[in-house]
Unconditional design. Structure first.
Length: 245
């Protein structure tokens, strides 16, 4: 493990609070900062904490800008399982962020390559990501960068692995409804963020946390590349840390 700052919290709620402390410091220091955001169940305690903190006057999102990691291909932003919808429901609708300052890849893009290239330009025009929030998949994926023989650099379309579709099946009526492809920031896009914050909770993430941060750097474990980022904080609960104590 090269430069990774590892913090072990008691439980998911404490992971959320510690992550919120980091976000709060960044937003307060730079009110128009760019937050790289993630979806899934892991960041929910963080998002709930941020909502409460703005209500309490500890943080102000009115000038903040955001860029999301990924989106399912084929889902519109108002589809209940789209990541745009997830962000609205779980964060954006409850804080003072301007919807015009939030970007998520367009799941209905007719020209995928053009949309992905435009997404990269939007992030660049914002001045780059100040802090990139990540979860981690059971196969080590970050965003939807699945294990493969190389580290994809920029935002791109990806075919989803069965393990990933299986993991996301619980949000849909059946596996048949889970999209087979998605758009995701590339590993290079993630690595360009000034700070990376990865959260992992639950015993089922213990093995991949160990592999990613205490094993070799390989594109077969995409998260392992973070060992080469100069400013990474990993916050895990005791269950997710159970194999590294």
């Amino acid at each position: 493990m090269l430069h990774v700052n590892l913090i072990i919290a008691k439980d998911p709620a404490e992971v959320g609070k510690l992550a919120a402390d980091i976000f709060q410091d960044i937003v307060n220091a730079k009110p128009d900062c760019v937050l790289g955001l993630a979806t899934g169940s892991t960041p929910l305690p963080l998002y709930r904490e941020l909502i409460e903190r703005e209500k309490a006057g500890k943080i102000n999102f009115s000038q903040v800008r955001s860029a999301n990691l990924d989106e399912y291909k084929g889902l519109s932003g108002d589809h209940p399982q789209s990541y745009r919808y997830f962000m609205q429901e779980n964060l954006f609708n409850h804080i003072s962020i301007d919807p015009a300052n939030t970007i998520v890849p367009d799941g209905l893009a007719e020209d995928a390559d053009a949309m992905c290239a435009a997404y990269e330009r939007k992030i660049e025009a914002m001045g780059g990501v100040d802090i990139q929030l990540l979860g981690i998949g059971h196969d080590g994926h970050i965003g939807f960068n699945e294990p493969c023989d190389h580290f994809p650099v920029t935002t791109h379309e990806v075919e989803l692995e069965e393990i990933t579709r299986e993991a996301n099946k619980r949000f849909f009526n059946s596996i048949d409804e889970v999209p087979t492809a998605a758009y995701t920031m590339g590993i290079g896009t993630v690595m360009a963020a000034r700070k990376v914050l990865l959260l992992a909770t639950g015993k089922d993430k213990a093995e991949i946390v160990k592999q990613s941060f205490f094993g070799p750097v390989t594109p077969m474990v995409p998260a392992s590349i973070l060992q080469f980022h100069g400013n990474v904080t990993v916050i895990v609960d005791e269950a997710a840390a159970s194999l590294i104590k």
